[in-house]
Design a binder for this molecule. Structure first.
Ligand code: NOJ
Length: 739
């Protein structure tokens, strides 16, 4: 009550319009009172790590800017007490407009979930939504209003370190996941204290950075932009995402931050998007080194004109925008529109009614220590794992194996399991793989350990001890991969083979003749051909988060039957890139028989196919697809066709299968990919159980962007392909679209 009175006292002068009045009227009333400088202030975002540190390191100039209404939002200030303290400074400003506190809450706040790419491998929209919801609950309790997530960039180049933040290489899957994450962070509607604003980033096409090099240029056809890269953004907008972030890259020569086509024509124009756009860190200023703006003032002018509403850390708006407006070089109506968009979100979050509503230390303590959050992280982690190989049922771990050697540089690592983009990796909360197994297997299984080697470097000094450890065991669990800081922002790699001497360690262990079960960890598709050829089993765990050790023990022991499917193709060689399944075309010279490469579209030193295809993943059971029925041979644009089939669990244990529907348009006015994912269903079946599944296909699923950029379904035949992976089609049929 005290707090409410306090807020009311401060807010009364700026709000002649009462709380009951519609938000738009309240915004108009507030805008009328704002000076030019105060308006620009709302567009200004600073990072405040120093602001909440020891008093001596405080940036007093930032504090002064906050107190005088020159800052609209802070990033990197977190914790109920810290956000409360800084909010109190903002409320000292003339109009007492509250700040928005933002942070990169990418896969968990305190409770770290698997990295987004891993979660995408679950193909489980409810699990993904749950992960975002728990992250939002925790972040909101720590004073955060706004996360810079989800990253909805389609990522088809595993050299690009940021593939770990996305949903993989497919547009349809990416759009479904974008929606799930937005709804997870925001709930159905903003305003609750367990929901935060989401941010669809990076608008647009950042995932196509040339050569997989971060911050690089993007050059692509508009068909590709519309068909492949924009739909996940559209899905996020349709799900009500509160904000967008633009991007570091250029698109066909124009920086995304200064791109009118993207931000004004498409986003705010065609899509009628009501939220606001924040720049990426310093990306307004970066238009100068790009060679698109002469100086920061020019950059500020171009960014505002192009539709960038908030300036993250460039200080370009703060320094230049007021003068640009006074000089008639920037349009006041565009400034007003940007301010209106930002204020609207502050109203929707309820910050004008209680600026401290997210900054409650009691709630923070309670929510951050809720054990259910950890349970959710464990559940999502095991749902994210992909069984890549399981020869002669090496997994689940055999009961007869009473001595298990846990070997490898990542077996006892904790920090690595969290991956990158975590607010703070509290290693006391992380269960290592070794500890997870030890807890699950108990005293009946004797566990031994050897590191063998580091992830990086060429020392083989630990090999002998590792081999000796393996020799004394019945089987080996070998943990290999990347370190946590090898993927993420600014972590592009030219060589995505398993680093260091890890594959050599594998070969040394393999020579013992013991069964070798490889647990692969990492934040991108990696290349590990030797292991792929010779391991008995391979379980891809990605970066599974703080509960990763427990989740792995669940899967390895057979308590949980893995059902993950790859959201990205895993190449055999980096020279095959780009290798995304939906970037494969028949060409004029298709390879019709394996090895038939002469004058064919092929390599002479490797097959065209990836090592592991999009949509691939095994289970401890097997599934049979049968009885395909296509409800009609022909349809008109107004009709739909039902693709029905029976899925049966033909193996010994219960399990989930992700049944996938692909489509091929064999003849069209633009050459189409060999396969495009159009739908999927994840189904749980008991041993012997069958279910009838149905996919519905209508005009939309048959459409593509033609040469005029019109979304059209062209009459003719379409192939409908149902399967367990993009390279494992079990049933196929066709349908004809009538003119
Ligand atoms: C730069 C990154 O590109 C972006 O994704 C992130 O949200 C901002 N930094 C803020 O940390």
């Amino acid at each position: 009550m005290k707090r409410l009175l306090f807020a009311a006292f401060f807010l009364a002068p700026c709000l002649p319009a009462r709380a009951q009045q519609p938000v738009e009227q309240r915004i108009t009333a507030l805008l009328q009172q704002m000076t030019l400088e105060e308006k620009v202030g709302q567009l200004n975002q600073y990072s405040g790590r120093e602001l909440t540190g020891p008093a001596s390191t405080r940036k007093t100039d930032q504090l002064n800017a906050i107190r005088s209404g020159q800052v609209g939002s802070m990033l990197n200030v977190r914790g109920a007490a810290n956000t409360r303290a800084i909010q109190a400074e903002a409320l000292k400003s003339r109009l007492h407009i509250p700040l928005l506190f933002s942070l990169d809450v990418v896969h968990g706040y305190k409770t770290v979930f698997p990295i987004p790419l891993a979660e995408a491998a679950s193909w489980d929209l409810a699990a993904i939504r749950l992960s975002a919801h728990v992250a939002a609950k925790e972040a909101a309790a720590a004073g955060i209003h706004w996360t810079f997530a989800p990253m909805v960039d389609v990522g088809r180049d595993p050299r690009w370190g940021r593939v770990m933040e996305g949903a993989g290489e497919d547009t349809y899957l990416g759009a479904q996941i974008a929606r799930a994450r937005v709804l997870g962070f925001q709930g159905e509607k903003l305003g609750g204290t367990d929901a935060i604003m989401a941010c669809a980033k990076h608008f647009a096409a950042y995932g196509a950075a040339l050569a997989g090099r971060d911050y690089n240029a993007v050059d692509m056809s508009l068909q590709q932009l519309w068909e492949v890269y924009l739909p996940p953004f559209r899905a996020a907008a349709d799900a009500g995402v509160a904000t967008f972030m633009n991007s570091f890259n250029t698109l066909n020569g124009v920086p995304a931050t200064g791109n009118t086509y993207l931000q004004r024509d498409i986003l705010k124009g065609q899509w009628q998007y009501p939220g606001f756009v924040v720049s990426d860190w310093g990306s307004i200023g970066e238009m100068v080194p790009w060679g698109y703006a002469a100086n920061k003032a020019d950059a500020a002018q171009k960014a505002l004109a192009a539709g960038s509403d908030m300036d993250m850390e460039s200080d370009a708006y703060h320094t230049h925008l007021a003068q640009l407006v006074k000089d008639g070089k920037a349009d006041m109506s565009l400034l007003d529109d940007a301010v209106r968009r930002i204020l609207r979100k502050k109203f929707e979050l309820g910050l004008f009614d209680d600026p401290y509503r997210f900054s409650n230390e009691k709630r923070e303590k309670q929510v951050l220590n809720d054990p259910q959050n950890r349970q959710a992280a464990r559940q999502v982690a095991r749902q994210s794992m992909v069984l890549l190989k399981n020869d002669r049922q090496a997994l689940p771990l055999h009961r007869a194996w009473s001595r298990l050697a846990v070997i490898g540089p990542l077996a006892k690592s904790k920090r690595d399991l969290d991956g990158s983009w975590v607010p703070d990796a509290d290693t006391t909360l992380i269960t290592s793989i070794y500890d997870g197994l030890a807890q699950r297997l108990g005293s009946k299984t004797q566990l031994s350990y050897a590191k063998g080697c580091d992830v990086l470097g060429d020392s083989r000094a630990g090999f002998a001890a590792a081999v000796e450890t393996a020799q004394k065991a019945d089987a080996v669990v070998l943990t290999v991969g990347e370190t946590w800081d090898m993927t993420g922002e600014a972590k592009s790699r030219t060589d995505i083979r398993l680093p260091g001497v890890q594959e050599e360690l594998f070969l040394a262990l393999k020579a013992t003749g013991k069964p070798i079960i490889v647990v692969m960890l990492g934040g991108r598709p990696l290349i590990f051909n030797t292991i792929a050829d010779q391991a008995d089993a391979i379980l891809l765990a990605w970066w599974p988060g703080a509960e990763g050790g427990h989740a792995l023990a669940d899967v390895l022991s057979g308590d949980y039957n893995p059902a993950g499917k790859l959201p990205s193709s895993f190449p055999r060689a980096v020279g095959q890139l780009p290798i995304a399944y939906n970037q494969q075309y028949n060409t004029g010279r298709p390879v019709t028989r394996p090895g038939d490469t002469r004058y064919k579209s092929a390599y002479i030193d490797a097959p065209n196919t990836p090592r592991y295809a999009f949509g691939y993943g095994l289970s401890y059971t097997t599934f049979q697809y049968s009885e395909l029925k296509i409800s009609r041979p022909q349809l008109t644009a107004a009709e739909t066709v039902q693709v029905q089939f029976t899925l049966t669990n033909t193996g010994p244990v219960a399990g989930e299968e992700v049944a996938q529907l692909y489509l091929r348009d064999p003849v069209a006015s633009l050459v189409r990919p060999l396969k495009e994912l159009k739908d999927f269903q994840k189904v749980l079946l008991k041993p012997g159980e069958s279910k009838t599944l149905t996919f519905t296909v209508g005009k939309d699923k048959l459409s593509f962007y033609n040469q005029q950029l019109a979304w059209v379904a062209e009459p003719g035949e379409f192939q409908l392909l149902v399967g367990s992976a993009s390279d494992d089609i079990r049933l196929s049929g066709k349908v004809e679209l009538l003119p």
